[in-house]
Design a protein around this ligand. Structure first.
Ligand SMILES: CC(C)(COP(=O)(O)OP(=O)(O)OC[C@H]1O[C@@H](n2cnc3c(N)ncnc32)[C@H](O)[C@@H]1OP(=O)(O)O)[C@@H](O)C(=O)NCCC(=O)NCCS
Ligand SMILES: CCCCCCCCCCCC(=O)O
Length: 160
């Protein structure tokens, strides 16, 4: 029996962000089942244009009983922080991702992923993010993104 709908609405000054229109429909692992029992995700930009996500961790993301698998949080960081770089105008793939797990994340609650572009240097784009709810931080991550040539991005997109 499918889980009931969840409220993924954003804050008042956020605007909805259409990820597939930017990067195509390939990002199905995290955001491909909006009514499934794994993750449910909705993307936004905040008032400064930075990417935000509301994410529900469903029962299929379980690791420790009743709580999210660390890998499920890492996968979210990978997608959201990579997408944050794309949303900021950088065609990238993720080169390195470091995740700190700060608190066990109880399943079946909606949390927020915040992201910010920290720096750029040559082909390197550093993105930082955190999974949080209120004052509780569940995970923090630093993500090194590497820009790829437009041609390579176009070829990737052509494989959708
Ligand atoms: C990331 C990737 C494109 C880099 O390969 P490349 O285009 O040959 O680029 P280079 O190895 O020359 O690296 C470019 C720069 O990024 C740095 N870099 C690349 N990967 C890095 C890593 N994992 N850690 C630290 N620095 C890294 C390099 O040191 C180099 O820095 P410099 O310009 O200061 O010398 C390639 O390794 C790749 O495709 N990896 C797989 C990515 C992936 O599958 N991600 C998950 C899906 S998005
Ligand atoms: C235009 C096609 C290329 C789309 C790549 C989007 C990458 C966003 C981040 C994904 C992170 C990952 O897959 O590890």
């Amino acid at each position: 029996m499918p889980m009931p709908p969840v409220d993924l609405s954003g804050e008042a000054n956020w605007t909805e962000f259409d990820a597939p229109s930017l990067v195509g429909a390939s990002l199905r692992f995290v955001s491909g089942e909006p009514e499934g029992d794994r993750y449910r995700v909705r993307y936004y930009r905040n008032a400064d244009g930075a990417l935000r996500a509301r994410i529900w961790f469903g029962p299929e993301t379980e690791g420790p009983p009743g709580h999210a698998h660390g890998g499920s949080m890492a996968a979210v960081m990978d997608e959201v922080l990579g997408l944050a770089a794309w949303a900021a105008g950088y065609p990238i793939v993720v080169g390195n991702l470091n995740v700190d797990f700060r608190n066990l994340l109880p399943l079946q609650q909606v949390v927020t992923v915040e992201s910010e572009i920290l720096s750029t240097s040559g082909r390197k784009v550093m993105v930082r993010g955190r999974i949080c709810k209120g004052d509780t931080v569940y995970a923090e991550a630093d993500c090194l993104c590497i820009t790829i040539p437009e041609q390579a991005a176009a070829e990737l997109a052509g494989k959708h």
